[in-house]
Design a protein around this ligand. Structure first.
Ligand code: ADP
Ligand code: MG
Length: 290
């Protein structure tokens, strides 16, 4: 494309809420055939709310919420924010956490009121969930909730359910991607049942769930080895390595600085329709010239 055509395209993109970093990004955008979408904060709003609290028999509900809130107060995760907000609304005060450790893609741990607390995916727990809680977990997950387990001193204390909402235009954006001949894939560190519930809601049938940040990179590498030209759309710290590995990285403008730095395109609006917009624009700008 001529410099003038590129300049015009960059201006058009900006009006569509798409910031392009460098001229070569437009070339990769045109060639993309596979779009890997992160779930939390990309397909969903990422503004999570606490939907349910279920203490194990013998555990006090307020104690469960206060202890979980104390650990999560030190975390930057969207799940943590939901739990802390609810805990502050319901309770007079939260305890302080000591020796806090974030476990990316899994959860967090720390010491609260002398107890060793672990919070996050059930895979972090020292023991399997008791049957009653396991049943509840499956029920919540099949409804698209993210289930957070809480354990202290090596025994399960209860479950929390966190709810997120799919962005209003996410399904329309996926339909547009298909019309453009692209293959959409949903990628998440969240559990498989929750991921499938969200995928179904937006019309994606290919789901890769329960992956750690490095697993996101490996998926991109695998697709590229199969000859696919891969775009990744993400927002989190956990998406940054995959954004950098992809042929084209697209970061949500609302996302973390590391994700924005790793990306080639920045989507200023929350709206995922900017993804098919960008691809259509790149095809139009470069398609006729070469
Ligand atoms: P995603 O890929 O959907 O953006 P992450 O990779 O950040 O999600 O996290 C994957 C999963 O790890 C979450 O769905 C949650 O179950 C668990 N998790 C991560 N951080 C926390 C936390 N601070 N508190 C509770 N659970 C967490
Ligand atoms: Mg995310």
């Amino acid at each position: 494309a001529t410099p003038t055509a590129l300049l015009v395209a960059t201006g058009r993109a900006a009006r569509l809420g798409i910031l392009i970093k460098g001229a070569s990004a437009l070339e990769s955008t045109r060639a993309v055939d596979t779009v890997v979408l992160d779930k939390t904060g990309t397909v969903t709003s990422g503004r999570m709310t606490l939907a349910a609290v279920h203490p194990r028999e013998g555990v006090d509900r307020a104690d469960l919420l206060a202890t979980a809130g104390a650990v999560e107060d030190a975390s930057e995760h969207a799940i943590a924010a939901a739990i802390v907000t609810a805990a502050r609304q319901e309770l007079a005060s939260l305890s302080q956490v000591q020796d806090f450790v974030a476990l990316p893609g899994l959860g967090a741990r720390g010491v609260v009121d002398g107890r060793e607390v672990v919070i996050g995916r059930t895979s972090l727990l020292a023991t399997p969930l008791p049957e009653e809680l396991e049943t509840l977990r499956q029920q919540w997950e099949s409804h698209g909730k993210t289930v957070v387990a809480v354990e202290w001193d090596g025994s399960v204390a209860g479950l929390l359910a966190v709810a997120d909402t799919v962005k209003p235009t996410a399904a329309a954006a996926v339909a547009e991607l298909r019309k453009l001949g692209l293959r959409p894939v949903l990628l998440t560190g969240d559990n498989s049942a929750t991921a499938h519930a969200v995928a179904q809601e937006v019309g994606i049938d290919e789901v890769v769930a329960e992956v750690l940040p490095q697993g996101k990179v490996e998926l991109v590498q695998r697709l590229r080895e199969q000859g696919r030209v891969v775009a990744v759309v993400g927002d989190g710290v956990n998406d940054a390595p995959a954004l950098a590995t992809a042929d084209l990285g697209l970061a949500m403008g609302s996302g973390t600085a590391v994700a924005i730095n790793a990306a080639d395109l920045i989507l200023v609006r929350e709206d995922l329709l900017a993804v098919p917009d960008a691809i259509r624009l790149a095809r139009r700008t470069l398609g006729t010239i070469r």
